[in-house]
Design a binder for this molecule. Structure first.
Ligand code: SF4
Length: 292
């Protein structure tokens, strides 16, 4: 199999098979991210993809799911994605679910009709690393889009009937804008219809502009307790009827389906963690993280 650099996959999707159809990230500018700094974006040559599919025919001929790599294979145009999906079906005829990640802006080059056709070819679930629904924060962290884009592009996925995830990056606005980040993100996410909302907590990794800004005193990171308070504010304002998960450092299990029916319990668990959680332990856990 062809894999370039460090392989990052969504741990909540089936872990295998994986198929690399792009390398790197087209954007590579988010201020908190180091994942693809050493890899230039490019589409994998079709010969590589076909060689890998031949290998998968030998090892996983009955595969019904596959995860496409790397950061944002969704950016490929319809004319490039459709032949790849057709080839996957040709080699793995039982394929039903093709999972891939992308940026909100990756949807701009596809019409709703094209998205419908890609769904028919197996593109059933997309993970969007949205991070925030607050325009000030999106600009601050160099996400490269605004809330208008989130609403417009997620609306296209809904029209095409493609399931999608939205992620909220807890702590990324810093102390000065924490409330706006939480409340406005919840408002924007709630105007969409994601099948799942996921939250992760900001870690300041070496080599990121955000860490350098923090060291210069230009970014004021939240404490562990403030992270939990921000997460609670986000949850309180979120009204999506979807699944919800968090891989925050909080020990409480907040992950599961039917967010709305569990919302009160999630808020109560966060309250408990805010009052009684071992913040030092959470800080150690965060310091030991190596990647988003
Ligand atoms: S967070 Fe995602 S979009 Fe931003 S640079 Fe990293 S991989 Fe690219």
């Amino acid at each position: 199999m062809h894999f370039t650099g460090t392989v990052y996959r969504n741990p909540y999707w089936p872990t295998w098979p994986l198929l690399e159809i792009t390398q790197g990230c087209t954007h590579n500018r988010c201020k908190f991210c180091t994942m693809y700094k050493d890899v230039s974006f490019r589409m994998s040559p079709m010969e590589w993809i076909e060689e890998d599919l031949r290998e998968l025919v030998r090892t996983d001929p009955d595969a019904t799911t596959i995860q496409l790599l790397s950061a944002n294979p969704l950016v490929l145009s319809y004319d490039k994605l459709a032949p790849i999906l057709e080839m996957i079906r040709r080699y793995l005829p039982k394929m039903e679910y093709v999972y891939l990640a992308g940026r909100v802006t990756d949807l701009k080059n596809k019409t709703v009709e094209e998205l419908r056709k890609l769904k028919d070819l197996g593109m059933r679930e997309i993970s969007l690393g949205v991070e925030s629904g607050d325009d000030w924060t999106l600009d601050r962290i160099h996400k490269g889009y605004h809330t208008f884009d989130i609403l417009e592009q997620c609306g296209k996925l809904e029209q095409a009937g493609i399931d999608y995830w939205m992620t909220f990056l807890n702590g990324v606005a810093g102390r000065s804008h924490s409330k706006e980040h939480a409340i406005n993100s919840a408002k924007i996410f709630s105007q969409c219809k994601p099948m799942l909302v996921g939250t992760g907590g900001l870690t300041l990794f070496p080599g990121t502009p955000l860490l350098e800004e923090a060291q210069r005193g230009e970014f004021d990171p939240l404490s562990e307790k403030e992270m939990l308070e921000e997460l609670k504010l986000f949850v309180e304002n979120l009204t999506c009827d979807c699944a919800f998960f968090t891989h925050h450092t909080v020990a409480a299990n907040l992950t599961g389906p039917n967010f709305l029916s569990r919302k009160d319990r999630i808020v109560a668990a966060l309250d408990h963690a805010i009052q009684h959680g071992d913040m030092a332990k959470m800080a150690v856990y965060r310091r030991n993280k190596r990647t988003l």
